[in-house]
Design a binder for this molecule. Structure first.
Ligand code: ZN
Length: 409
């Protein structure tokens, strides 16, 4: 699957997980069930999903050493979450009742094509089954006209409960956008439906919804497909990073530790082996980084300006899992593989955003580095980055999976 198709069709975390599953199956990975005993072999490639929205894939190496190398990213993006099936009536057309999911730039979602997507639950063979779904038609959120809001260009504050409701026409309910009957309940979102496009004189910029963090998901999954580790290489794509990761399928849950324990049991390894595998391995927490904005360089650190096109960003802040040791280990790896990198420090007057890194590194007590590639307009409906940085990230992940760090810190 090409990156552009991945970005366009991964409308929600459910769709992103489904796309990852397709890529992995195409590359010979076997799907496991958490409730079963696992029969794992050297050289085997496996994956497991949770809640249809988080996925962990792993490759068992030749086991000439035993360690866990974990690359992680998040499947969710800021959007509008649908509140029930009932529409809000209006003579101009009924509107969809929503709340905000994550820290969305509100104005960016106005006047662009949107879709309703997510999953619906129905009864099938005496079980409740979740089906992925997306509306065939678009909806949109019309702005208030300039003439009715002449101060609009001096800054806008939206009422989420009134201004950000998508217009649905004469639909009777949210469910009438779908062909499935007897829906019991659902997890639905209104999301940008915009095809990725290239801009700039040489097409150097890639612009798309959900670049944060689907480019990282795409890189950790595709680069896992052709790695050859000594120990065990693991790709984790977690849902719910945008709302704090504290869900059963999120990075703060027991999902990853449980999967690692099951791998350990299936390979007949001891508890001590498990502890050492965490100690010797490394985590790479991957999420996009802020490039210096051409109109607002004052928002970046005084000394370090992260630039698009200049490769991997190593993030340093108390909100990140990177420390001097993990950064030094990673820099050695990047240097010896001729992969460009740059350091990120936050402007000390601004609050730095968090990632998955601190959650998983503290849960497993593992060395970890927070990295990403630079982008502009993070959390806008359409974000901007340079596609050559995505190649660097893919290469970085592939080398990472094949590296034995033998950490001793
Ligand atoms: Zn992110």
């Amino acid at each position: 699957m090409k990156l552009e198709e991945f970005l366009k069709t991964s409308l929600t975390a459910y769709h992103a997980t489904d796309n990852c599953e397709k890529i992995l199956i195409e590359h010979g990975f076997t799907k496991l069930n958490i409730k079963n005993d696992w029969n794992l072999i050297r050289g085997g490639k496996y994956f497991i999903t949770k809640n249809q929205s988080s996925i962990i894939a792993f490759v068992i190496g030749d086991l000439s050493d035993y360690y866990f190398n974990i690359a992680e990213a998040h499947t969710d993006s800021p959007s509008l979450r649908v509140k029930g099936e009932q529409l809000i009536e209006s003579t101009e057309g009924n509107r969809i009742n929503i709340e905000i999911y994550g820290s969305l730039i509100h104005y960016s979602i106005m006047d662009i094509p949107l879709k309703i997507a997510g999953r619906v639950f129905i009864n099938e063979d005496n079980k409740i089954v979740g089906k992925l779904i997306e509306s065939n038609v678009n909806v949109n959120i019309p702005s208030l006209a300039f003439h009715q809001n002449k101060s609009v260009n001096e800054g806008i504050k939206f009422s989420i409960q009134n201004d950000l409701l998508p217009l649905a026409g004469n639909a009777e309910s949210v469910y009438s956008f779908f062909d499935i009957n007897n829906i019991i309940d659902a997890d639905l979102f209104v999301v940008p439906d915009v095809k990725p496009f290239y801009s700039g004189i040489n097409g150097q910029y890639l612009c798309s919804p959900r670049l944060d963090n689907l480019v990282s998901v795409w890189a950790v999954i595709t680069s896992l497909c052709n790695c050859n580790p000594k120990g065990i290489s693991i790709a984790c794509c977690f849902d719910n990073e945008e709302i704090g990761s504290l869900t059963k399928q999120g990075a703060q849950s027991s999902y990853l530790p449980v999967v690692l324990e099951k791998i350990n049991i299936a390979l007949n390894r001891s508890n001590l082996d498990y502890i050492n595998a965490c100690e010797k391995g490394m985590i790479l927490s991957i999420d996009n980084a802020h490039a210096v904005h051409p109109a607002h360089s004052e928002k970046s650190d005084i000394n370090t300006k992260v630039e698009m096109g200049k490769g991997i960003v190593i993030k340093h802040n108390k909100s990140y899992s990177t420390d001097g040791y993990s950064s030094a280990k990673l820099k050695n790896m990047l240097k010896s593989n001729k992969i460009n990198y740059q350091d990120f420090y936050n402007n000390s007057d601004l609050v730095c955003g968090g990632t998955l890194g601190l959650f998983t590194s503290s849960l497993l007590s593992m060395n970890s580095c927070d990295i990403g590639i630079p982008q502009l307009a993070m959390h806008s409906a359409i974000e901007t980055m340079m596609s050559k940085d995505i190649d660097s990230l893919q290469k970085c992940c592939n080398v990472f999976y094949n590296t034995f760090f033998n950490c001793n810190n």
